[in-house]
Design a protein around this ligand. Structure first.
Ligand code: GLP
Length: 256
């Protein structure tokens, strides 16, 4: 694992967007794994800005997502990550075949997970996997305790996500329509990506960042599995790096 610490969250996002764009330019037929959230949203915006300034070939580029909702039946609205991903899809001109999301209204969510994972494999696997990390070090919908060996699977979403489902303008769905489930890449899926690229900013991510990087590799800290990934680059700002500062060599490797 290599670490880079930036003075501010803005610098971190800017540099992360450059990693994304440079990967897309160098690997124009690859699959880039994406996340939704307050970390990756602004990064996607910067990716689109960079693309607009200096367009590159996106006609064979694909994206996949770490997670997607399963819309309960009945539910007044579709619960989908599409809303969060749309700026990137539209900005880069990715149609449904290229901006690939699992269906948010699958007849059989387990089968949809299998289909999505198979499709990723058939298309050559994930090249770069960007990762937002939760403040409890979760990845996608894989909360602490999720077995490392799981591939894409269906799981109950956290209380925090239920709150987002209630309050986020794009959702606004009453919790009484729950319980809510999501489909998520498993940590095994994430570990199969050729490059993993977690990004953490802000003091609320400091503990998770510390635990994942310097703590033991344990299912209680889902992102700690990344210590075992052969090509993991972790970008963070100084606030998220609070427990890491002083433990990073000049080449970005960690001093254990
Ligand atoms: C949510 C999403 C993840 C995301 C994570 C971090 O749980 N399901 O895909 O990576 O939270 O989000 P944020 O960057 O907003 O902290």
């Amino acid at each position: 694992m290599r670490i880079r610490i930036f003075d501010s969250k803005e610098e971190c996002f800017e540099a992360a967007a450059s990693v994304w764009v440079n990967y897309a330019i160098a690997h124009p037929t690859s699959i880039i794994g994406c996340c939704t959230g307050t970390t990756t949203g602004p990064i996607h915006q910067l990716v689109v800005e960079k693309y607009k300034k200096s367009p590159f070939d996106t006609s064979n580029l694909r994206t996949v997502n770490v997670d997607q909702f399963v819309t309960p039946n009945p539910c007044p609205k579709k619960l989908t990550m599409y809303h969060s991903m749309r700026p990137l899809y539209e900005g880069l001109g990715l149609d449904e075949e290229h901006g690939m999301l699992p269906s948010c209204t699958p007849e059989d969510p387990d089968a949809e997970c299998e289909k999505y994972e198979r499709k990723i494999q058939m298309l050559g696997g994930i090249g770069l996997q960007e990762l937002g990390i939760g403040s409890d070090a979760h990845i996608g919908f894989c909360l602490p305790g999720t077995p490392f060996g799981k591939g894409m699977h269906v799981t109950r979403v956290s209380d925090k996500i239920v709150e987002d489902i209630r309050t986020a303008p794009q959702h606004g769905v009453d919790p009484s329509y729950g319980p809510f489930y999501g489909m998520t890449m498993g940590l095994k899926t994430v570990m199969h990506a050729r490059f993993t690229f977690p990004i953490t900013v802000g003091a609320s991510k400091a503990q998770a960042t510390y635990n994942a990087i310097l703590g033991p590799v344990t299912e209680d800290v889902p992102a700690s599995i990344l210590q075992m990934h052969p090509n993991c680059l972790w970008y963070m700002d100084r606030e998220a790096a609070e427990g890491i500062i002083g433990r990073v060599n000049p080449d970005g490797t960690i001093i254990k």
